[in-house]
Write a protein that binds this ligand. Structure first.
Ligand SMILES: C[S@@+](CC[C@H](N)C(=O)[O-])C[C@H]1O[C@@H](n2cnc3c(N)ncnc32)[C@H](O)[C@@H]1O
Length: 291
């Protein structure tokens, strides 16, 4: 069901009210505050996305769930005679995105606040829709990708990054393991809106096929992510994660202290000369809007 958000958020019509509350709230604030760090963490996956999308100088690009705009800027630079538009739910992240694009002096980039599932994109405006981890949060993924498809020209391309299953993503299993302190933590269900919403390849094919895409291809993209320059730096960053706050809430003082000590130890265990490194596992998904 569509709901109206309070006027001051700037989001007109949204279908994903819970996600908007998080991303246009505390989660977005955290990402906006740590924008440089998050962009650095995603750098290697982003360069895989750029190659897979085969962006040309004349492309008109839509970046879905653009956050602070790293992909939007990269695609705008590659589409030097075209343009790139980023859409996101989070006013805080979009503010950082606009500031960063201005500071970088990139003229052919713009940003809009909205819910990509229901936003009224100009029909057939874009030749390429991309996303770096911004399309797994839709309550109704078929409706969302149908809406995104309508924004594409017939035959227009889709290239998105999504997380593969939790157990393949050491960056998260390590943090969860450190914070479990004897608890059996429930795994986020595959296919539910959230980081693993598009982790199951059969579900991805079903969603994109249902939304009118063809030539659907999934390729694993496993790249290391650097969480900090050394163990202390990485610990400070990971301590402020929403998941860390969530998983330590309600713990006794002693268990909380153990959990945080475990977390610090994990950062030490993963320290390398190049920084504190964790394995990540994503899907690079490409498809085309049916002509
Ligand atoms: C994991 S972050 C990734 C941000 C950015 N692409 C990056 O790589 O740093 C997910 C982003 O998707 C956005 N998002 C989630 N659901 C959305 C929706 N329905 N419409 C638009 N943006 C959405 C969030 O606000 C958030 O900025």
């Amino acid at each position: 069901m569509e709901t109206m958000t309070p006027g001051e958020t700037g989001v007109r019509v949204i279908a994903n009210a819970e996600m908007a509350a998080a991303w246009d709230g505390p989660e977005g604030e955290h990402w906006a505050h740590h924008a440089d760090r998050y962009e650095q963490i995603g750098e290697r996956q982003l360069s895989r996305l750029l190659s897979a999308a085969e962006v040309s100088p004349t492309d008109t690009v839509l970046d879905i769930g653009c956050g602070t705009g790293a992909a939007t800027r990269a695609f705008a630079l590659a589409a030097s005679e075209g343009a790139a538009v980023g859409i996101d739910l989070s006013s805080q992240m979009l503010q950082r995105a606009r500031d960063k694009a201005t500071a970088a002096g990139i003229p052919n980039v713009s940003f809009v606040q909205g819910d990509a599932q229901v936003h009224e994109f100009p029909a057939g405006e874009y030749s390429l829709a991309v996303s770096a981890m911004g399309t797994m949060f839709f309550a109704d993924p078929v409706a969302a990708f149908t809406n995104i498809g309508q924004a594409l020209q017939p035959g227009g391309r889709l290239a998105i990054l999504t997380w593969r299953a939790l157990e393949l993503n050491e960056w998260l299993t390590a943090v969860r393991g450190a914070l479990a302190v004897g608890r059996d933590l429930p795994s986020p269900p595959l296919g539910a809106p959230g980081p693993f919403g598009l982790a199951d390849p059969d579900h991805v094919r079903h969603v994109l096929d249902g939304a009118g895409f063809t030539g659907i291809d999934l390729t694993p993209s496993n790249e290391p992510a650097i969480f900090g320059s050394d163990a202390n730096d990485a610990f400070d960053f990971v301590s402020s994660f929403g998941i860390t706050r969530g998983l330590t809430q309600g713990l006794s003082e002693a268990d909380r202290a153990t959990a945080m000590a475990n977390l610090r130890q994990i950062m030490t265990d993963h320290a390398t000369l190049g920084g504190v490194e964790f394995a990540t596992a994503a899907w690079l998904i490409t498809a085309r809007r049916s002509s």
